[in-house]
Design a protein around this ligand. Structure first.
Ligand code: HEM
Length: 455
């Protein structure tokens, strides 16, 4: 069965051939089918075979649907596949942090950042995660109407600002949060729109807004870094850990590098976790049996107290709710790499320059790996009675060398937030279907209004 970073039942790559994909147009290839609805398009590609040829505009592309091939794509990143360079929007905000960096620079950054998000460190952030959620729970009352998207975004923002920057004064947190929000929204817009195709030098109103937000972020983060440097770095926040990190030559991160990594962690971790929580409330509201099982576990394990870090291990059903949510609504829904010379997938040699794609969304909903894939069944993650899930059939955090650095952080945060709130309340989401919009992360297509019900 699965761990957080990848399930355990292995699948050997089978001998594969490339199946032809859906017909496309001259020059544009399948671009218009892809842009109209990328989620449905990837599900459709899956129907053509395990390794499928298609065209992203004039570029030859492959889609891989078989978990063993997905594993090869993820684990061979860096050696056999390059990650496409990220656009100007990402670089303006995240600088040259670990998400943007490539090659040797990425390896150095990754080894510098990794210690600050190790399980042992995440333990020290757990009290802030639970405590910040208790503040929300204390403010909620029976019958209250809440906009869940807004509530979860504000909560995860507060947790991120406190755990990453150690900032707690309302004014500092607000200024930083606002600038990050603008930056994140504009990155999402550029990613999903025409901006992604424009050369870097083309000025657009969105890019101007991003530059303005980045300038505010620079000033805010600069002030926080200076304060940390003055006041010593023995605080329990991520920034302090980065200030003391040293690379193999004994060098520390510069202020600019600390700025880039903290902003990268914030942008990488905030919306992904907040959207996961929104989808979890939506799914729980539509599945009374799962909601009851969750409440039962929380009553049994926590009784009348608030959860703490050690409860993470004691709440398997709550963890399964998060995993099952990430299966049905993987907030990062797309992985892509560009083949280097000598790359192979499923035994097939891949010409250099071919773009290889896979999608968490389409794979997680493949009935071959998940029986009744549309059903929300946290029980399928039960190590004893659950489904046998093939390795890389579930990969919400990616895999291989570039696997999400915040996996543990995100899992612990989502479990603690759910535990604090679902112990006291259930959220009755208003009727109606909520559809996912595949932007930078998988977002609900509208506001998610709910009535708070005290348990
Ligand atoms: C539910 C929440 C989250 C999901 C679904 C998620 C998913 C992912 C995925 C799929 C990747 C790999 C992207 C790729 O293919 O290149 C990734 C990378 C990354 N994530 Fe997360 N993430 C989450 C939360 C977080 C959190 C909380 C943090 C920070 C505390 C974080 C920090 C990062 C960083 C720094 C990387 C880049 C790693 C590298 O390139 O070496 N993520 N994440």
């Amino acid at each position: 069965m699965s761990t957080e970073t990848g399930p355990a039942v292995g699948t050997e790559p089978r001998g594969h051939t490339i199946a032809p994909g859906p017909k496309g147009l001259p020059f544009l290839g399948n671009l218009s089918q892809f842009s109209k609805n990328p989620l449905a398009f990837f599900e459709r590609l899956r129907g053509h075979g395990d390794v499928v040829a298609w065209r992203f505009g004039p570029n030859s592309s492959l889609y891989v649907a078989d978990p063993a091939c997905i594993g090869e794509l993820l684990t061979e990143t860096e050696r056999s596949f390059d990650q496409p360079a990220l656009g100007i929007a990402f670089r303006t905000v995240m600088g040259n942090g670990v998400v943007v960096a490539r090659g040797a620079d990425w390896r150095r950054k990754r080894s510098l950042v990794q210690p600050s998000v190790r399980p042992k460190q995440v333990r020290s952030y757990a009290a802030t995660m639970a405590g910040s959620t208790v503040e929300v729970a204390d403010a909620w009352s029976d019958g209250q109407r809440v906009d869940i998207k807004r509530e979860m975004a504000a909560l995860t923002q507060r947790i991120a600002v406190r755990t990453i920057f150690g900032v707690d004064t309302a004014a500092d947190a607000e200024a930083m949060g606002r600038a990050m929000d603008v930056a994140q929204q504009e990155i999402g817009r550029e990613f999903a729109g025409i901006g992604a195709l424009l050369p870097d030098w083309v000025p657009t109103p969105g890019r101007a807004r991003i530059r303005k937000a980045a300038a505010v972020i620079d000033a805010e983060v600069g002030r926080v870094v200076a304060r940390h440097r003055d006041g010593g770095s023995d605080r329990p926040d991520l920034l302090s850990r980065l200030l003391t990190a040293v690379d193999e030559t004994g060098a520390h991160l510069t202020d600019r590098e600390v700025r880039d990594e903290t902003v990268t962690l914030y942008i990488g971790g905030h919306e992904t976790t907040s959207s996961t929580l929104v989808w979890a409330w939506y799914l729980l509201s539509r599945n009374p049996r799962a909601r009851a099982a969750l409440a039962e576990e929380l009553d049994l394990v926590l009784g009348g107290r608030e959860p703490e870090f050690d409860d993470y291990a004691r709440l398997p059903y709550t963890r399964s709710v998060v995993k099952e949510t990430l299966r049905l609504y993987p907030t990062i829904w797309l992985v892509t790499g560009v083949a280097k010379a000598g790359a192979r997938i499923g035994g097939i040699p891949i010409p250099q320059g071919t773009r290889v794609w896979t999608s968490q969304w389409a794979t997680h909903r493949d009935p071959r790996w998940f029986p009744e894939p549309e059903e929300f069944r946290p029980e399928r993650w039960d190590p004893e009675s659950g489904d046998d899930i093939a390795e890389y059939a579930w990969f919400p955090f990616g895999g291989g060398p570039r696997v999400c650095l915040g996996t543990r952080f995100a899992m612990v945060e989502a479990v603690l937030v759910l535990a604090v709130l679902a112990r006291r309340f259930h959220l009755e989401v208003d009727p109606g279907v909520i559809n996912p919009v595949p932007s930078l992360t998988l977002q609900p297509d509208r506001e998610v209004m709910a009535t708070v019900r005290a348990r």
